[in-house]
Design a protein around this ligand. Sequence first.
Ligand code: C2E
Length: 635
Amino acid sequence: MPQSLPASMDMSHATGLAWLRQRRLQQLLWVLVAVFGLVIVMNLGFGRYRSAGLEMVIVLALALAMHWNQRARTMHAVGLTVATLLLGLCVLMVNNQGLYDEAPMAFPALLLFAGLFGFRRMFWGLVCGMLAVVALLFFLHQAGVFHSAPVMPLDWRRPFVIGLIVLVTGLFAWLLTSDLMLAMRQLEAEKRALEASHARIEVLAQRDSLTGLPNRSLARERLGFLLQQARRSGGMVAVMFLDLDNFKTINDSLGHAAGDDLLCQVADKLRACVRETDTVARVSGDEFLILLGDLQDEDAIVAVVAKVTHLLGRAFTVEGVEVLATASLGIAVAPRDGEDADLLLKNADTAMYQSKDAGRNTFCFFDASMNESVTEHLHIASGLRSALAAGELQLHYQPQFDLHSGRILGAEALLRWHHPELGWIPPGKFIPIAERSGLINELGSWVLRQACRDAQAWRSDGLGELRVAVNVSPLQFRRDDIEREVAQALLASGLPATALELELTESLLVADARNIGEVLQRLGAQGVQIAIDDFGTGYSNLGYLRRFSVHRLKIDQSFVRRMCANAHDEGLVRAIIEMAHCLDLQTVAEGVEDSQTLERLHAFGCESAQGYHWSPALPADAFVEFVRDRQAVAG
Ligand SMILES: Nc1nc2c(ncn2[C@@H]2O[C@@H]3COP(=O)(O)O[C@H]4[C@@H](O)[C@H](n5cnc6c(=O)[nH]c(N)nc65)O[C@@H]4COP(=O)(O)O[C@H]3[C@H]2O)c(=O)[nH]1
């Protein structure tokens, strides 16, 4: 009976088909043996011994064919069966009623058999053989040599034999069509599987597997299409390059699963910012692309930028921790900034780096002058590598004051770089480049060692027990050996740990919730002071202040500088000071530029401050002079 191939059999498609043919042939040979057996019994019963003898020979030949088939000599078995049956049928015809005999009715079944199991030449040979036999018998009949005549009386044997022939033919036809149907179903299933795997390959090739967003290649293709459309309609196309500001910190500290979760949340938010017809793509780790087509003016671009910055400005909850994932955006607009997809992508990328340099969490439209800034960026990156060895880096010190006594408490160490061609380069420009290139670790270690050496020298020179505050980049702090570096810098300089303050950013503490607490605890236990720099600029969740052992908050200069002119900023500064006191923390105000601000800070209870009101950051020897002068005046 027709059936599918055994699922358990581990066989190739070709082996499976051969197995099916062999099995089918065996089944049909059994059927033929049974049919001829019946006919033999019938003929013996009617005393037709000659016919019965012939049929026995046929059965013997079929048995041999079965034997060969079992030994996998299928073609031999098929050839023997076809020859035996054709010969047998011919002899039966000659023996009985010639062309009136029922034997030729079995010809179609024999043809089906040969078509199913034989090969082309065998099939057509059989057709020719059958036609030749029919023609020969006809001519012999005409010539009077052999007489074909319906000599047998019509009794039950005739319909019985005809019935048997019909049954065998029907069985052949049914098996053939069933096998064909099975093969077609298998082909259909294979076609569907092939289509599905093609679709999967296409998705893999064109989609980002994490977020499901289009990847760079699909985005580029779509950009090409949008540009073509814009050329025809005269509209504009905007390419926005978006890079998350703080992703590496979050990914490294909360783990990759959290990083993935954040990326998916960001992808969802970005999708919500644009129309169905616009494209949001993820082009690499934390870089996304937004393509806006069919624009008539730049207002639509600004509206999308506003939406993006608004949505990303809200905190994300990742693994129960609230983190900020602000982004820097660069925008290039076609046709103004180029009409070629690659050029627009490059220009949007350049504009994005400009946003990063401008302090992050902002956006920039591409401007041709930015290409110069890219060149400068590369110049700085290459120069920074040799700057340390060439002695081009220096530490300047900005004094910090006790607001109650007016005494100098110490200084903040601020890095300065005098480039041989570009002159003084502000740290806001080269620190981000050092962070991106990994050089920050080397620079940071040098700053730490140099600041400790200078601070110890002040003590040795009799300037008093001044402390030094050192900025530590989040990347530098996340290295495993920050504690060892601090310990070595203190040991090498002889500076007491209590005279060293590390200034950390809020972002580090918010994102690095996991092991940072223990590191701060151990540093604190040695006596090292911890201050949070630029406090108030980023994070709404201040829970980390209770978790970590922090000593001071440095109120960001943007609030301090405006506090006399802006009631909101004044309120904020006051609130920060009060909150710090509630948490047993001290405050340092940055950016004090006038006495009015100083008085208000004093009135609010702020403990210490620094700013141009007293002095900018000074070279080390000028700082020593400054302290001596102040101490001489104070008597
Ligand atoms: N308008 C105004 N500005 C004032 C006033 N008083 C101080 N400043 C400036 O404000 C910045 C304060 O440093 P910061 O917030 O730690 O911000 C620093 C710090 O984040 C980073 N930086 C500087 N040195 C280092 C360093 O050695 N390591 C690391 N990781 N970062 C550093 O560069 C940033 C910028 O440093 P600077 O350009 O030196 O700029 C300094 C300082 O010169 C004032 O009254 N008014």
